[in-house]
Structures are given as structure tokens and as C-alpha cells.
Design a protein around this ligand. Structure first.
Ligand SMILES: Nc1ncnc2c1ncn2[C@@H]1O[C@H](COP(=O)(O)OP(=O)(O)OP(=O)(O)O)[C@@H](O)[C@H]1O
Ligand SMILES: [Mg+2]
Length: 305
């Protein structure tokens, strides 16, 4: 039987006064809040007593510091495919705000006013979240995110991680669309994430870029986020290249490669130009992303067990 604490015992367990504990539990929306009973394992996750325990939600960073590899495309349609069966949050974590502009064209409030950057007081980001379809929520981005450049204190690496803690229990999958750069924005994403997925477009690709990303991931795993696990690389814009075997071999030196490859399809830029969901434009291509979603779920299950 799992150990269950009442509020007083729980406060002692996490090393806080009862007042501070209750405040933290409310802001973080720790499961158990309503019944006033807290499972030891849940407290361990939310108060980081044992970093090796996973959350019930899975945070996946889609990242590659090179531009145009398919990060936003895979973020969008992996999120769409997962939302057919699960509650999903897509975080647009790129100042270009490409994903945001597909859904929202009115004024978007900047997340920068909500993060505790440069000594600002962090604010609850839940009001920023927009529901764009059934089971599919979006945390939008704006150009101001580009100001997140220099870490002034250690906390500046953990702004996103802290910001989404109260939301984690609301979703099964949280997908982070990362920017094409190596820097504080990306570091925030990788410190917040449980998993990383690397899109690689197969037409013109460089192993140098892959090595740089590999080194960044290793550094984050060593120094800042032991939870971070590499799901692997997804080959994108695939056109039946004969060179695929050689290409996959090159990538495999650094990353495991997904069996599912994403085909190059004109309906993808078309869906984006029409600001439409992919399932409304091209079901065959949507199926490709459903396969990817299934493989993502399998890989996560393997990592968990
Ligand atoms: N499988 C595909 N088939 C056809 N076009 C694609 C495919 N994947 C991506 N594209 C197109 O390639 C362009 C770049 O893709 P995307 O914006 O997803 O890359 P990105 O890595 O997010 O770029 P950035 O680094 O600028 O954020 C877009 O115009 C997109 O529509
Ligand atoms: Mg992008």
C-alpha cells in the first residue's frame, strides 16, 4: 500500500511550514488537494524530493537548432494526432511564433510578462492558454520571447519548467516547439522536458549540426535535468531516397532513429497556409503522423519500464 499523508504530515515530509505547503500545493495544483490527502509518490514529484520519478504527463521537446528541419510541423501534427485520444498542450516556445500564427491572429499577450525573468514575479500562465480544438490546447508565443537571452541567476534556466508545473496534471502530453538556436530559450525547454525528439530533414543534412545538438543534450542531462531522455530522431521530408540507409547510419551514431519517417507532402505547407488542421486537408498524411504518435507512445512506455 502506498503511503498517504494528511496536510500536516505532508508539509513535514517536504520540509515546509503548513502555510507555505498549502500555498505551494494550491499554486502547483498538486493532485490530492481536494481530499487533503497526499500520496508520497506525488509529493516526491512535485517537490522534487526524488528526481528520478516521472510525472503522469509526458513533456516532449521537439528540437533541432537548425532552421527548417520540421520542428513546428512535427509539433503541430504530432499534437493533432495525440489529441485524437489524449489531452494535449502544445507550447509554442519560439519567438518566430509560427505555430501561434496558425491559430491566433489577434493580439497575443506575451508570456515574457508571466515568467520570473530578471527578478520579475512569476504569474500563473493558465489565462494565456487557448483551446484550439477538442483535447488540444495552445500556449502561444510572441516575439518578446526573443528577449530571453542571458541567464542572470540560476532560476532563469528553469522559468518554463516552473511555469508549467501547475498545468502538468491537466495534460497527458505536452509538446514544446523549440526555436532554431542553442541558447537560453532552448535550455529552458530541455530543462523542462522529460523527452526530446529531433526532426531531421533528409534532403540536405549535416552531421555537424547533429553533433552540436547531441553535445547540448548531454550537457543538460549531466548538469541540469537527469530526467531528460532522448526519444530519437525523426527523418522528415522523406522522398524515397536511396541514400536513406547511409543517412540513417550517420544519424544513428548520435541518436536512435524512429522507424516512422515523415514523407514530403505538399499538403503540409498547404494546411499551414490555410491555417487548417491536417486531418481536414489530407487524411493519408495525417495517418503518417498517427503512426508517429503510436511510435512515440511505444518509446515512452519502453523508457518508463
Ligand atoms: N514533410 C514535409 N513535407 C512538405 N513540406 C514540409 C514537410 N515538413 C516541413 N515542411 C515545410 O518546410 C518548412 C519548414 O518546416 P517547419 O517550419 O516545420 O520547420 P522548423 O524546424 O520549425 O523551422 P524553424 O527552425 O524556422 O522553426 C515549412 O514551410 C513546412 O511547411
Ligand atoms: Mg519552427
Amino acid at each position: 500500500m502506498e503511503t498517504v499523508f494528511d496536510s500536516e504530515e505532508a508539509a513535514k515530509f517536504v520540509g515546509l511550514s503548513l502555510d507555505d505547503f498549502q500555498q505551494r500545493v494550491t499554486t502547483l495544483k498538486v493532485p490530492g488537494l481536494k481530499a487533503g490527502e497526499f500520496k508520497k509518490s506525488v509529493l516526491s514529484k512535485y517537490f522534487e524530493i526524488n528526481q528520478s520519478e516521472g510525472f503522469d504527463s509526458n513533456v516532449i521537446a521537439i528540437s533541432n537548432q537548425k532552421g527548417g528541419e520540421g520542428k513546428t510541423t512535427i509539433s503541430l501534427y504530432l499534437a493533432e494526432a495525440l489529441s485524437e485520444n489524449h489531452k494535449v498542450l502544445l507550447i509554442d516556445w519560439d519567438p518566430q511564433a509560427n505555430a501561434t500564427q496558425l491559430f491566433l491572429n489577434d493580439d497575443v499577450t506575451s508570456i515574457m510578462d508571466y515568467l520570473g525573468y530578471r527578478g520579475k514575479k512569476p504569474r500563473d500562465i493558465e489565462p494565456l492558454i487557448k483551446t484550439v480544438a477538442t483535447n488540444f490546447d495552445l500556449l502561444p508565443s510572441t516575439l518578446e520571447l526573443a528577449n530571453l537571452t542571458t541567464p542572470y541567476e540560476r532560476d532563469d534556466f528553469e522559468l518554463l519548467k516552473e511555469a508549467i508545473l501547475p498545468l502538468r496534471s491537466n495534460y497527458e502530453y505536452i509538446i514544446i516547439d523549440c526555436p532554431p538556436s542553442l541558447g537560453l530559450i532552448l535550455e529552458n525547454a530541455l530543462i523542462c522536458a522529460d523527452y526530446i525528439l529531433v526532426p531531421i530533414q533528409t534532403r540536405a543534412f549535416s552531421l555537424q549540426g547533429i553533433r552540436d545538438l547531441y553535445e547540448t543534450i548531454q550537457k543538460i542531462q549531466r548538469k541540469a535535468n537527469q530526467r531528460l531522455k532522448l526519444l530519437g530522431a525523426v527523418l522528415n521530408q522523406f522522398e524515397g531516397q536511396k541514400a536513406l540507409a547511409g543517412l540513417a547510419e550517420g544519424v544513428k551514431k548520435y541518436f536512435p532513429v524512429f522507424e516512422t519517417v515523415i514523407q514530403r507532402r505538399e499538403s503540409i505547407p498547404q494546411a499551414q497556409a490555410k491555417m487548417s488542421f491536417l486531418s481536414k486537408i489530407d487524411l493519408a498524411t495525417m495517418k503518417n503522423f498517427r503512426e508517429l504518435a503510436i511510435e512515440v507512445k511505444e518509446k515512452i512506455n519502453v523508457q518508463k519500464n
